[in-house]
Design a protein around this ligand. Sequence first.
Ligand SMILES: Cc1cc2nc3c(=O)[nH]c(=O)nc-3n(C[C@H](O)[C@H](O)[C@H](O)COP(=O)(O)OP(=O)(O)OC[C@H]3O[C@@H](n4cnc5c(N)ncnc54)[C@H](O)[C@@H]3O)c2cc1C
Length: 408
Amino acid sequence: MSTADEDFDVVVIGGGPGGSATAGLLAKQGHTVLVLEREKFPRYHVGESLITGALPTLDDLGLRKRMDDMGFTKKYGGTLLWGKNQGTWGFRFTESALYEYSYQVRRADFDALLLGRARELGATVIEEATVKEPVFDGDRVVGVTYTERGSKDVRTVTARYVVDASGQNHLFGRQFDLVRWHEDLRNIATWTYFQGCRHYGGTKAGDIVSENRPSGWFWFIPLADGTTSVGYVTPLEQLKSSGKDMEQLFHEELAKTEEVRWLTEPARRVSGFRSIRDWSYTSERFYGPGWALVGDAAAFVDPLLSTGVTLALRGARALADVIHGSLADAEEEAPLFESYEASYRVFLSSVLEFVRFFYDRTKHKEDYWDKAQQTIDPQRLRPREMDFATMLSGLTGINDIFYQRRAA
Ligand SMILES: Cc1cc2nc3c(=O)[nH]c(=O)nc-3n(C[C@H](O)[C@H](O)[C@H](O)COP(=O)(O)OP(=O)(O)OC[C@H]3O[C@@H](n4cnc5c(N)ncnc54)[C@H](O)[C@@H]3O)c2cc1C
């Protein structure tokens, strides 16, 4: 792109799952779309365990068969050592009836697949391009400025809509002071990779394993290259009061686990540690004149239920529809964006509420099943185990978020 006068229907900030999917789906519908991504893909990212709520968007993008062909680990459910129960329990995706399996993914590969698909579908993608700030016409956002790596030139691109999919960088959230932290979910995560772990047999081989400790929990995510991602999440306050660093805590706590210790016993660590603050937040608004947020730019929920990529992909599917409708008929803009935010919030709230309940490890599995039933099936139309599996599949209200237009 050589001039500062380029114009698109939509500019998307960030080429992670939220941005790539929004861009790909809009390009597929014939709109001109530009994705500006700060990094050069493939790039590392945390968040490797996908739930089946991500699959409808991957289907729309035509990616599921490719994911099978690429050999991503098939994840048929989750094994839990959680709450007051002795021993492991868990859920199978088939209990929620819609999908048999999801995937465990190396995010570098998965995100590159999605960004590449956006390109294939017709989006223009510029990598190593960092968006600096929105461009306004009155109070409406009509574009952004950005710089490309290695150049001092500040470029301007205009668009009918700007989508902020910048993840935890939440560019517009900072610009408009929208980020509201959830004080009770201020955690920190540290993780590393092992080679040679034990694995379960059969369709449990690709399970995520989540094991609670009195003041934190571990994830165990088997990846297709033979490595396993193992992470520990604990409240920030806990870390501070322990007087230890996260690496020390990881080792000490891992030694006290039952299942994860057994699974990692024969393995050797093949990478260093990574840490990230893991604070949940929701943006005060998800859209404004000429702009909208999607994925982590809109909200981030603690990784306990592996909902991050699903939130981003469900949001992207809905937002692409909303922008498509608004580009066709400007009169529709206000109600469409309103419905986008409302439906996003319904799903988000149910996830947040359930995460909070699940963090209370003084319960039995039946209590978690009951909570799932109260949340998504108050009339008790299905067995409570099925409601629990549906909740953990990220499939609740999967049709609501697409409002009437998609059904029409
Ligand atoms: C510890 C931890 C564990 C997690 N585990 C899971 C899990 O198991 N399963 C799951 O589904 N989710 C998990 N998540 C959440 C998941 O990682 C995110 O929800 C998901 O990546 C969100 O996708 P996104 O597209 O919104 O943002 P991202 O994937 O973060 O993509 C944002 C992109 O925007 C780019 N960008 C940022 N600023 C700019 C800028 N100014 N200009 C241009 N580009 C920019 C970035 O380079 C990045 O590529 C986890 C999160 C944490 C913290």
